[in-house]
Design a protein around this ligand. Structure first.
Ligand SMILES: Cc1cc2nc3c(=O)[nH]c(=O)nc-3n(C[C@H](O)[C@H](O)[C@H](O)COP(=O)(O)OP(=O)(O)OC[C@H]3O[C@@H](n4cnc5c(N)ncnc54)[C@H](O)[C@@H]3O)c2cc1C
Length: 462
């Protein structure tokens, strides 16, 4: 008899959610984790610590920019970087301990150490070998770098180093205008650093609805960000206690360099499957290093599944979690499903940016006839009251059926507002369904309703 029904390798949001849900479904489950703490990239060096720093620095910004406007007088706070770091670590610890508690509550065994799969049905950790009827690979991802850029995590850093800098830098060059680069760039920009973002493409946030990306860039520029677009980074080297980044502009091949205290390499992440022994097992891989899976998250080797950042798809914690839930269902003999068409994406800057479903560019390319309903936060009483009236909600709906096909929001609370449209899309709702739903006043969510109204006879407050 096998020691476990299921061993999950990796305790990030994909792995720990899979382990807990499989245990809820009655399976005997273990989860292997090589880090000292549970929660993976997300809780330790990703979503959670970055949001803690974004939260702290957002309050700092509010105190400096908006408190006096509301009659809140007195000296604006100064920054104690050590204390801010300690606050961030407390948030991380609280969350990682929380997963330990959930493992105990659900009787998931935590196998501590780095695991490998010597053969199907076996997981090896150090000298121990455990047998399992099923194995789920949930080993996540690691930061990708560029040729000519050597990361030391002190001066030339990935997001991991950027979360724990020894002091607040005066200047930062961010290589890559994606989500992580702009979030961490915002943190340091609000702390007073001069932030320059160097991006290979001609627009920021690749893949995002182009109108939103353009507005987002404008707003960030107003906040003090500098952007160098269409620039191919050649190298980044340490220099005089800081670093220098050399890039060439694609338009004329001219070469330039910028010096900064810190260089953040935010050029994306790559799947991490080192040390698992997948090649010896004959597990098929994708060209870009992900584990190849079928529609039920099964790899090419029977009894071995894979989820999360280690497989294709958006590298997002909630996508990993949904796959974790679904594969647990499949292994328990039930039906597991992930709707990849309705996975929201959020950037936690101020204003927040959120999206779900199709962009205008994707609809045009697919030849789908669509209509656009847009509403600016300038027409939203609540947003104006809190000095966050920048941005808008944009709903894309099928021209004939009115079915909601996508939504793109830049504005206050966008990361929460987007879920109304996720639910609407899951139910196959029309824009009119959203427009006919009563929304409490005064809330930011009224802007979503107004955008839905704008898909029909027109918004009221615009
Ligand atoms: C700075 C930053 C901010 C982010 N912010 C967000 C955000 O706001 N929202 C969002 O949705 N996503 C965010 N992400 C992405 C998110 O963190 C990942 O998509 C998510 O963590 C992927 O989950 P996962 O379970 O697949 O893998 P991971 O979270 O990477 O977890 C994998 C775990 O497996 C362990 N492991 C690997 N190999 C082995 C082995 N052989 N044996 C034992 N253990 C092993 C690793 O130690 C790790 O703990 C962010 C990422 C970063 C870096």
């Amino acid at each position: 008899m096998a020691d476990f029904d299921l061993i999950v390798i990796g305790a990030g949001p994909g792995g720990y959610v899979c382990a807990i849900h499989a245990a809820q479904l009655g399976l005997k489950v273990a989860c292997v984790e090589g880090r000292e703490t549970l929660g993976g990239t997300c809780l330790n060096v990703g979503c959670i610590p970055s949001k803690a720093l974004l939260n702290a620095t957002h309050h700092l910004h509010e105190a400096h920019e908006n408190f006096a406007k509301m009659g809140l007088m007195g000296d604006a706070p100064t920054v104690d970087w050590e204390k801010m770091q300690a606050y961030k670590q407390d948030v991380v610890n609280g969350n990682t301990k929380g997963i330990e508690f959930l493992f105990k509550k659900n009787k998931v065994t935590w196998l501590k150490g780095w695991g490998s799969i010597p053969e199907a049905g076996k997981v090896k950790i150090g000298d121990e070998v455990h047998s399992a009827k099923n194995i789920v690979i949930a080993t996540g991802s690691e930061a990708a770098s560029l040729p000519g850029v050597e990361v030391d995590e002190e001066v030339i850093v990935t997001s991991t180093g950027a979360l724990s800098l020894g002091k607040i830098p005066k200047s930062v060059v961010v290589i890559g205008a994606g989500v992580i680069g702009l979030e961490m760039g915002s943190v340091y920009q609000r702390l007073g650093a001069e932030v320059t973002v160097v991006e290979y493409l001609d627009a920021i946030t690749p893949g995002m609805d182009a109108e939103i990306a353009k507005n987002f860039q404008k707003i960030l520029t107003k906040q003090g960000f500098k952007f160098v677009l269409g620039a191919a980074v050649q190298k980044a080297e340490k220099k005089d206690g800081g670093a220098s980044v050399t890039y060439s502009l694609k338009k004329d091949d001219s070469e330039h360099s910028i010096d900064a205290d810190i260089v953040l390499v935010a050029t994306g992440r790559k799947p991490f499957t080192d040390g698992l022994g997948l090649a010896d097992l004959g597990v098929e891989m994708e060209k870009r290093g992900q584990v190849k899976i079928d529609d039920h998250w099964a790899t090419s080797v029977k009894g071995i599944y894979a989820i999360g950042d280690a497989v294709v798809g958006p590298m997002l914690a909630h996508k990993a979690e949904d796959e974790g839930m679904a594969v647990a269902e499949v292994i328990a003999g039930k039906h597991g499903h992930v709707n990849y068409g309705v996975i929201p994406g959020v950037i936690y800057t101020a204003p927040e940016v959120a999206n779900v479903g199709k962009t205008e560019e994707q609809l045009k390319e697919a030849g789908v006839e669509y209509k656009v309903g847009k509403f600016p936060f300038m027409g939203n009483a609540r947003a104006k009251a809190v000095f966050q009236a920048e941005g808008f909600v944009k709903i894309l709906a099928d021209k004939k059926t009115d079915r909601v096909l996508g939504c793109h929001i830049i504005g206050p609370g966008a990361g929460d507002l987007i879920h109304e449209i996720c639910v609407a899309m899951e139910f196959g709702a029309s824009a009119q369904d959203v427009a006919l739903t009563c929304h409490a006043h005064p809330t930011y969510s009224e802007a979503v309703r107004e955008a839905a109204l704008a898909c029909g006879d027109g918004a009221i407050h615009a």
